[in-house]
Design a protein around this ligand. Structure first.
Ligand SMILES: *[C@@H]1O[C@H](CO)[C@@H](O)[C@H](O)[C@H]1NC(C)=O
Length: 409
């Protein structure tokens, strides 16, 4: 414990105690509700005291949100300052750090929030936030509050977020992400489960330090826990990459442009399949998209076509009442060890039209590396995703009959 006096804009904040103060949670999982913003289709988590949501970014390294004018600061040469900046992916936002004089005793710790929707960076104060969630203690649910390190946002950065969102909850595999901080604070296993809600209704959930047993029956939870695949990592970011070796449409392999078309080059960060909560529909590099579209087109030759509804290219006549009964072919991702993951292939866009729910990547990403695919939120809504940050593995369920509702403790 070191008392520190920081002078900022005439405010004098007297700080004591260590940067991440721990509050007892008793080693039980911590859960927070996840919703879907109807206007942006972004997923939001309610974890902030004061009732404001944060946008869920599975690849985000950091927690950032609006700060009151009088917020806690850290000196540049403090361990908290080192910690909060340890895992900011190089080359994304840190370019502004050359303006910081770290040896100046008045230097206030900066950090670099990143807006995953616009690709914009900020340079702002590092601070601590008081967050709130629910501890799942058997059948009992108890409110808990806790501290997390993060970044104050700037006006510019949150302007593009949903109206009720005050920032971004970074859920990456890195040391300053929310799952890492929450599980460390509550001394929980370094894992979390995520269930994105379907836009049609219901609530989703993120469970820190907990696994499938809060959302699945004992047997299904056991099966899921035993069915993990390693996730891949890139040196350029904190995203979770899936090792996808191929794609099936209607159980037949799609002819991809070349061997290893979906592979990640872990050094350069090129290629690979990223699980993304900030793109709505799975977005594929042009060559892969064209191959998949052609396969789906051929496999649906018997289904009457409808005029295309932007941003989709291939649409079908399908009433919402009969959509689930229609013979749309499945799209399966082929993973290691003969496993497949079936993802949603069509989306109902109005009462008479369903569209092939994949998009072509058009923009070169601003960060300089281009994935082969961004697996979008729609493709894994109402499914349970389990991330084990210790073992570096990932598990997934099929569509949950009861949605993401927390059923058993
Ligand atoms: C950084 O701060 C130190 C201590 O105040 C000062 O001596 C030094 O000149 C500063 N460096 C620059 C580049 O401003």
């Amino acid at each position: 414990m070191w008392p520190v006096v920081v002078v900022l804009c005439g405010l004098v904040l007297v700080l004591s105690s260590s940067p991440t103060s721990t509050q007892a949670g008793g080693g039980v999982p911590i859960v927070a509700p996840v919703g879907k913003d109807p206007s942006t289709s972004l997923y939001t988590v309610t974890i902030k005291a004061g009732g404001h949501d944060l946008v869920v970014d599975l690849s985000g390294p950091l927690h950032w949100s609006r700060c009151p004018p009088a917020h806690r600061n850290f000196p540049c040469l403090s361990s908290a300052c080192q910690a909060v900046n340890r895992d900011i992916p190089p080359g994304t936002c840190t370019f502004t750090s050359k303006f910081i004089n770290y040896t100046d005793p008045n230097c206030i710790c900066p950090t670099y929030p990143y807006n995953p929707i616009t690709g914009e960076c900020g340079i702002t104060d590092a601070t601590t936030f008081t967050l709130s969630a629910t501890a799942l203690n058997g059948a009992q649910q108890e409110p808990v509050t806790f501290m997390a390190l993060g970044a104050c946002s700037t006006e510019l950065l949150y302007e593009t977020l949903p109206a009720d969102s005050w920032g971004v909850a970074g859920m990456s595999r890195l040391t300053q992400s929310l799952p890492t901080q929450v599980t460390s604070t509550f001394k929980l296993p370094r894992e979390f489960a995520l269930c994105l809600p379907w836009s049609g209704g219901g609530s989703g959930a993120v469970i820190f330090g907990g696994g499938p047993s809060q959302l699945l029956s004992g047997v299904a939870a056991q099966a899921l826990s035993e069915n993990q695949v390693p996730y891949l990592k890139s040196s350029t970011n904190g995203a979770y990459y899936l090792h996808v070796t191929g794609i099936n449409v209607n159980n037949a392999p799609v002819t991809l442009p070349r061997e290893g078309a979906l592979d990640l080059n872990a050094g350069s960060g090129e290629g690979g399949v990223i699980l993304s909560t900030v793109v709505s529909y799975t977005t594929l590099r042009s060559d892969i998209y064209r191959a998949l579209l052609a396969a789906f087109d051929a496999a649906t030759s018997g289904v009457p076509r409808a005029p295309a509804v932007a941003p989709f290219e291939l649409c079908f006549q399908a009433s919402s009442a009969s959509a689930s009964a229609l013979p749309f072919p499945g799209v399966d991702l082929l993973l290691d060890n003969g496993r497949t993951w079936s993802v949603a292939s069509v989306v109902q866009v109005d009462d008479r039209t369903a569209c092939f729910a994949f998009l072509e990547m058009t923009m070169i990403s601003r960060v300089g590396w281009e994935p082969a695919a961004l697996l979008g939120g729609f493709q894994f809504e109402d499914r349970l995703l389990l991330f084990d940050l210790e073992k570096e593995t990932f598990a997934f369920s099929g569509p949950l009959a009861g949605g993401c509702a927390i059923t058993s403790p």
